[in-house]
Write a protein that binds this ligand. Structure first.
Ligand code: AMP
Ligand code: MG
Length: 444
């Protein structure tokens, strides 16, 4: 987590609202001249798709060179090509004997052993003729003239000869040269998150450094008169700022660089200054101040920046008052999310909505949100109308994933959610789910 960026210059407050690529959509709400923000509450799926559409338009801000190991978790910004054929030689995949399959039509067959090739050993010395075999190890190059490898388990060595008891088809246990990739072929494409397998592919073509996208800077701005810094003793009616920390941690996990701003009071002028600072980052995440309360000023102050609001709520619980929009002129448009202040709402709405935008700013190829499934351990009763993401614990083993709600006191219960490992996703038209039913789960 970095402290507030020193070089953060203020941007002009009178940023212009320019018609966007999406402005033909009926869902776009523009607060051009008024500070009154219209409400637009979407279903969860509509809201998510709208964020995905916008995310598809954003680009990462730059590229940088990373050492291979340091690049884990970063997003690749260049294609990685095969520097030679893969495999570079016809590779034996078993220990045994390199043979001509046609020699094994009558069994048992006895062949002359003309030599041995170990992994890394030269195969050029041999040219296997009818009636001959070469002893060979896994990873060695198959010699000219051979077309298959008989596993050592089906052979018996007798001095310079070998008796073979099992037939084979041409091509068995040999991977032909160039069959995995030809020289110059693309092994990895830009937009891929570098995990251990991608790093193995880069290592296999001798890349000690990779071009990756620079991490997006994500400003985190908590709001609320009652919220105090964690190193301040809270008064009897105050609470410590946990949202800036949960969000900063989520931003880091998502491949962004959090820039944590000072807590904004519920007062328009200072809130406006801090929003202005936050808009210097690639993305601004606000928490709190987006509900219907008298002191919920976030939308009003954003409207003074001529923000476009794409939605001001989603039919979900927790997190219904989630706000998504954009501020700025055409060349410097910045997206923002106004996340509800309740700590669990903040966490859940980050995962559901802010993450795809951070993914895109980090250079990642877009991916759809997918829920995994687990078997419900005990019945759930709820109300219809909202899609719910309820904190839960995953258990079971192997193919038997089980899931159960944690007991919680609602979306302010940080202790309960810290005991949870996932969220059970309850469709908006279900008020009862029987135990034993397979339910969708959003992993944490
Ligand atoms: P709000 O969305 O501003 O109405 O806040 C909803 C609830 O979340 C209130 O109980 C706030 O005290 C709490 N809250 C707001 N911001 C934070 C924060 N940064 N850390 C922890 N709790 C917060
Ligand atoms: Mg508040």
């Amino acid at each position: 987590m970095t402290a507030r960026g020193e070089g953060f210059a203020k941007i002009a407050k009178k940023s212009v609202c320019v018609a966007s690529k999406f402005s033909s959509s009926p869902r776009i709400i523009s607060a051009m001249s008024s500070t009154q923000t219209p409400t637009q509450i979407l279903s969860f799926e509509e809201a998510r798709h709208l964020v995905e559409q916008h995310a598809a338009q954003v680009r990462p801000r730059g590229k940088e060179l990373a050492e291979l190991l340091d690049s884990a978790g970063q997003v690749l910004a260049e294609p990685v090509l095969a520097d030679r054929d893969f495999p570079a030689f016809a590779r034996a995949t078993r220990d045994g004997y390199a043979v001509r399959a046609a020699d094994l039509t009558k069994l048992p067959a006895t062949l002359d052993v003309i030599g041995e090739i170990k992994a890394g050993g030269a195969h050029q010395a041999f040219n296997v003729q009818p009636g001959q075999a070469v002893s060979i190890m896994t990873g060695a190059a198959a010699p000219t003239g051979s077309d298959s490898i008989v596993m050592v388990e089906y052979t018996e060595r007798q001095g310079d000869r070998v008796e073979i008891t099992k037939g084979i088809a041409a091509g068995d246990n040999i991977v032909p040269a160039g069959s995995e990739a030809k020289r110059g072929e693309r092994l990895l494409s830009p937009g891929l998150k570098l995990d251990h397998a991608a790093i193995a592919a880069a290592a296999s073509v001798g890349r000690s450094h990779l071009l990756v996208y620079a991490k997006p800077k994500v400003a985190v701005l908590s709001t609320g008169d009652e919220v105090v810094d964690i190193d301040v003793a809270p008064g009897p009616n105050q609470i410590r700022n946990s949202n800036s920390y949960s969000l900063a941690a989520q931003v880091q996990t998502a491949g962004g660089e959090p820039v944590v701003l000072p807590i904004a009071p519920d007062e328009p002028e200072r809130l406006g200054e801090l929003i202005s600072d936050g808009l210097e980052a690639d993305l601004l995440l606000l928490t709190g101040g987006v509900s219907m309360g008298k002191y919920d000023l976030v939308e009003q102050v954003l409207a003074e920046f001529h923000a476009e609001f794409f939605f001001t709520g989603a039919q979900i619980q927790p997190g219904k008052p989630i706000v998504f929009g954009r501020v700025g002129a055409s060349d410097g448009k910045k997206y923002f999310f106004g996340l509800p202040g309740n700590p669990i709402s903040t966490m859940v709405t980050f995962e559901l909505f802010a993450r795809p935008m951070i993914d895109a700013l980090a250079g990642l190829q877009p991916r759809k949100l997918i829920f995994l499934h687990a078997r419900l351990k005990s019945e759930i009763k709820t109300k219809i109308g909202l899609k719910r993401f309820l904190p839960a614990v995953l258990s079971g083993e192997f193919e038997q994933a089980e899931v159960e709600l944690v007991r919680w006191q609602g979306s302010g219960d940080i202790a309960a959610v810290s005991r949870a490992s996932c969220y059970i996703v309850i469709p908006s038209d279900r008020d009862r789910i029987e135990s034993g039913e397979w339910v969708p789960v959003l992993m944490r």
